[in-house]
Design a protein around this ligand. Structure first.
Ligand SMILES: Cc1cc2nc3c(=O)[nH]c(=O)nc-3n(C[C@H](O)[C@H](O)[C@H](O)COP(=O)(O)OP(=O)(O)OC[C@H]3O[C@@H](n4cnc5c(N)ncnc54)[C@H](O)[C@@H]3O)c2cc1C
Length: 415
């Protein structure tokens, strides 16, 4: 089957009807039944491997990124119709795979890429045939990303890249990476950086996994030793990569806060809805203090939803959400940690002891979720840094003093 018969001219009601029929015909009956019962039933009915096998059907329909043009893998529809469609899909929890491609790489391609680059890279991102990672952070450049030291030196129509990146999520399975590298060390730190699309499958790229507290190795160190990128895979002008990265970083904040692609209400983390069912399962629902705690978090979730709706409205009106995406990022990090902590509290003793085995799934999901949530205030820019952004750009507070402002990068002391 090819993309659904929905175009920019299709009315919302008609598009919704087409999508309903597609769901009936293409989403397996047992997944639909399980989705109606709730997240736990759906997890039991639909393994990640099943989902990945079925995913090409979703990708072919154009529904993964419906606002993108057909030649980019979407349907070319407006945000209003996309939201109407999403209301049909949301209960089925059809997760978009390849989030760093769909959000981070695509944001840069749309804002600063060439049409040739978009046609080359976006359709395989939608189909999850080329997976992406983000090679930005370095051992000496996280919050102060602009101080990065990975070098790119021009060699004819190619660039030669050497340096070290760290905390690279999913680098071990990525086919391509968005990469920031220094192309002119004599310029001030924000000015001599260029934005590239790097093929991860080449001799100069070595990926080493980093194991985290949950036992998984979700992120990696990446060593680049004379890796090569064709100049045709440079995004934006030489030395203008900092400006290109702004689109990626804002999109990443939206993804983490849940206001990002596809208009999903929540990406990652858990929910007050899950707290309610866990409280019922563990017999704690009758306790008024527990109900009060859950209610407060539920109210915070509504606020988060409205904040994200504001960001989405700005995006659909063609405006940059700018600093507003930092509000959602800070709020979501704190809220998810509070939800995860309460989840563990509800589990009681089951959260502190489980069978001693090498099977990572022996650890209760809630405990895993609580430990993973520790990273929420760091990934995609720390809570401190996002508060700095809000202080400076929303509240108009004075900027942090920088004694090295305007000095060439090579003269600035580095840790
Ligand atoms: C789960 C996870 C996944 C990640 N995935 C990726 C990825 O795929 N690709 C990628 O490139 N990076 C990734 N990162 C890296 C992430 O972007 C950085 O960890 C983050 O930007 C912080 O940098 P840092 O770890 O070097 O901390 P540092 O910058 O060293 O900060 C240390 C502490 O100092 C505080 N601090 C620093 N500067 C200031 C300041 N000016 N004002 C106030 N406080 C300050 C910070 O808030 C933090 O608490 C990931 C991180 C995590 C946790």
């Amino acid at each position: 089957m090819t993309a659904l018969p929905i175009t920019a001219e299709t009315a919302a009601d008609d598009a919704v009807e087409v999508v309903r029929q597609w769901v009936q015909a293409e989403v397996p009956t047992e997944w639909r039944a399980a989705a109606a019962e709730g997240p736990a039933a759906l997890r039991a009915a639909r393994s990640p491997a099943d989902y990945r096998r079925w995913y090409p059907t979703f990708a072919r329909s154009g529904l993964v990124a419906p606002t993108w043009r057909p030649e980019h893998g979407g349907l070319g529809i407006g945000n209003d119709v996309a939201r109407a469609i999403e209301s049909v899909l949301a209960p089925l929890r059809l997760t978009r795979l390849n989030p760093l491609g769909l959000n981070n790489a695509a944001a840069a391609l749309f804002s600063h890429g060439t049409e040739e680059q978009r046609r080359r890279f976006l359709p395989p991102i939608v189909r999850n045939e080329e997976k992406w990672c983000q090679l930005f952070s370095e051992p000496g450049a996280g919050s102060d990303l602009a101080s990065l030291a990975t070098r790119a030196v021009r060699d004819g129509d190619q660039w030669v890249i050497s340096g070290q990146k760290v905390w690279t999520t999913w680098a071990d399975e990525a086919d391509f990476a968005i990469l920031l590298a220094r192309t002119d060390p004599d310029q001030p730190k924000h000015k001599g950086i260029t934005y590239f699309l790097l093929d991860m499958h080449q001799p100069g790229v070595e990926v080493r996994p980093l194991r985290q507290i949950t036992g998984e190795a979700e992120f990696n160190e990446v060593f680049l030793d004379n890796a090569r990128v064709p100049d045709a895979h440079r995004v934006g002008e030489v030395n203008d990569g900092w400006r290109v990265s702004a689109s990626t970083l804002s999109s990443e904040r939206q993804m983490v806060s849940g206001s990002g692609s596809g208009g999903m209400g929540r990406l990652g983390g858990s929910s007050a809805e899950r707290l309610i069912s866990l409280a019922r399962e563990t017999g704690r629902w009758d306790d008024p203090v527990t109900r009060d705690k859950i209610m407060r978090l539920w109210a915070q979730e509504q606020i988060r939803g409205w904040t994200n709706a504001r960001v989405r409205a700005a995006l659909s009106a063609g405006q940059s959400p700018g600093a507003a995406s930092s509000i959602g990022k800070v709020h979501q990090a704190t809220l998810n940690q509070q939800i995860q902590d309460l989840m563990v509290d509800l589990l009681g003793t089951a959260a502190v002891a489980w069978a001693a085995t090498d099977d990572p799934d022996a650890m209760p999901r809630e405990v895993q979720g609580m430990m993973r949530s520790l990273a929420n205030g760091t990934e995609g820019g720390t809570t401190d840094i996002n508060k700095n952004i809000l202080g400076e750009r929303v509240l108009g507070l004075p900027r942090e003093p920088d004694p090295w402002k305007g000095k060439p990068w090579r003269e600035i002391p580095r840790s």
